[in-house]
Design a protein around this ligand. Sequence first.
Ligand SMILES: [Ca+2]
Length: 153
Amino acid sequence: MMKSCLILALMFQCALGACWLGWVEFKGVCYSFNPDYQPWLSAQASCKLYGARLIQVDSKEKQEWLVKTLKEKNLDGVWIGGTCRLHQSTWFWIPSYKPIKNYTNWSAGQPSSPSTEQCIQVYSYYQYKWNDLSCQTALQYVCEKIGTTKLHF
Ligand SMILES: [Ca+2]
């Protein structure tokens, strides 16, 4: 009995920790911190190749973890999954289409120009708070794997 519990516990651990090589786990979800520079749409497409999306920063806890990890990886400014490209006065997380309203972390004076700056950057210059920026700007970016973190072969 004891032995099978131990085996089950180990299997569970492995399943929870099963992110792809180079991805990091936070609360059962896998993330990749990408050092290449892409416009927002290309960054989103790159994430999609891995069945992932640009990170949806929808809680204070997730924002704090993101900032800590960006510092560890020496990344100064990254795209996250927020945009107002669909509707200038409403910000959404894409591709979940979840409105950005319960949790926001805009820097003072941001968003500054939703008609021309329609994607969200997390930027060290603004103490890692959010800045709206032209989606055409090439930035590094963070992907998050949607759904199960288990690897299936
Ligand atoms: Ca701005």
